[in-house]
Write a protein that binds this ligand. Structure first.
Ligand code: SME
Length: 146
């Protein structure tokens, strides 16, 4: 199964799994678990907007940084710019925050509600150049339904 087919099934199944659940933490928790189970990334999780910072939300993987400032690191930059950031080599991203020395590439996708960023989805890989436009496209769709 190629990446597009995997994401296609993932989104379909996530829609059924989330159903009409209203609690955003429950939705993010199951989204992170399903992404991790199906795609096998190193770290998958959400950071939620909490005032002037992002705070760690539901995730799968190693323990991670709990708070990230607005405009800081890849997550804080994706929040500030309200757009997806694909980082093929984290060492080449100025200000990257290394929660794990094993992370080599990363994608961060904003969750946008009523025009405002409410959270970001952060996924890390231990390989360089793991993420591309296909990941961005599908993960943006996922962040619309989470
Ligand atoms: N690398 C992220 C921090 C979060 S961890 O990857 C889980 C960043 O630079 O924002």
């Amino acid at each position: 199964m190629d990446k597009t087919q995997k994401y296609n099934q993932l989104l379909r199944d996530l829609g059924f799994l989330l159903g009409e659940e209203r609690d955003s933490v429950a939705r993010m928790a199951n989204a992170a678990a399903l992404i991790q189970e199906r795609m096998g990334f190193f770290w998958t999780g959400f950071y939620r907007v909490d005032g002037a910072e992002l705070v760690l939300g539901p995730f799968q993987g190693s323990p991670a940084c709990q708070r990230i400032g607005f405009g800081r690191g890849v997550c804080g930059t994706a929040w500030k710019e309200a757009r997806t950031l694909v980082v093929p080599d984290v060492e080449a991203f100025p200000g990257h925050i290394a929660c794990s020395a094993l992370s080599r590439s990363e994608i961060v996708v904003p969750v946008i509600r009523n025009g405002a960023v409410t959270a970001v989805l952060d996924i890390d890989s231990t390989d360089l150049g793991t993420f591309d436009d296909t990941d961005a496209l599908w993960l943006e769709r996922l962040c619309e339904i989470v």
